[in-house]
Design a protein around this ligand. Structure first.
Ligand SMILES: [Zn+2]
Length: 66
């Protein structure tokens, strides 16, 4: 009897996420994410005004007040 062969799949994430991470970092220079929700959406209706402060912290207004 042969033992069933278990294929070892690479852990999802490492190789696959590499490229998007690099792209994200490039985008963060132009469009930094909110320190609270980690989204870089600039949607005042949803999250309130997005503002980057002098200390480099970016926050949505709604994230700040809620
Ligand atoms: Zn936010």
């Amino acid at each position: 009897m042969r033992k069933p062969v278990r294929r070892k799949l690479p852990k999802s994430g490492t190789a696959i996420n590499f490229a998007p991470n690099v792209r994200q970092k490039l985008e963060q220079r132009q469009n930094p994410p909110c320190a609270f929700c980690r989204r870089n959406d600039d949607c005042p209706e949803k999250y309130g005004e997005k503002k980057t402060y002098d200390n480099g912290i970016t926050l949505h207004y709604y994230c700040l007040v809620s």
